[in-house]
Design a protein around this ligand. Structure first.
Ligand SMILES: [Zn+2]
Ligand SMILES: [Zn+2]
Length: 138
């Protein structure tokens, strides 16, 4: 919690209880949750929390560069506490979004072909390791 408190203060956001709990949730769940998933995960501990609060909080985090948004599925936004550029794999079978740590030669470039680059997203789609294993056993 202390780490998250410092993260918020460093970016000029008040470390309110819901903000801290949402950050903590993202820190514990590296499966890139949606607003729904975060809501389901927190509603028992914070009965007053709403999806709107979570949505607005995530947007404030995005603006401050604390988290990043992943739109790999095309139908929903998933949130990631790792805010440095990294690639993602979407498993077409189980729907999991998994971090792929490869070095991308464009990851640190601020300009490409004269264009100013502000965001970088690397998406892969396929079948994840776990699903391949399961298929092998059948
Ligand atoms: Zn899978
Ligand atoms: Zn990620």
């Amino acid at each position: 919690m202390k780490r998250f408190k410092e993260t918020l203060q460093a970016r000029g956001l008040k470390p309110t209880y819901p903000r801290l709990r949402i950050l903590e949730y993202l820190g514990k769940h590296e499966d890139h949750p949606t607003v729904e998933m975060i809501y389901e995960g927190l509603i028992r501990q914070i009965p007053t929390i709403s999806k709107t609060t979570i949505y607005n909080t995530l947007n404030a985090f995005l603006e401050k560069g604390i988290i990043q948004a992943i739109t790999i599925t095309g139908t929903e936004t998933r949130y990631d506490l790792r805010n440095l550029p990294h690639h993602h794999l979407l498993c077409k079978r189980c729907g999991k979004i998994i971090d792929i740590d490869i070095h991308c030669p464009y990851a640190d470039q601020r300009k490409i072909d004269g264009h100013q680059i502000e965001e970088r997203h690397g998406y892969f789609k396929g079948i994840c390791r776990e699903c391949l294993k399961k298929r092998g056993k059948r």
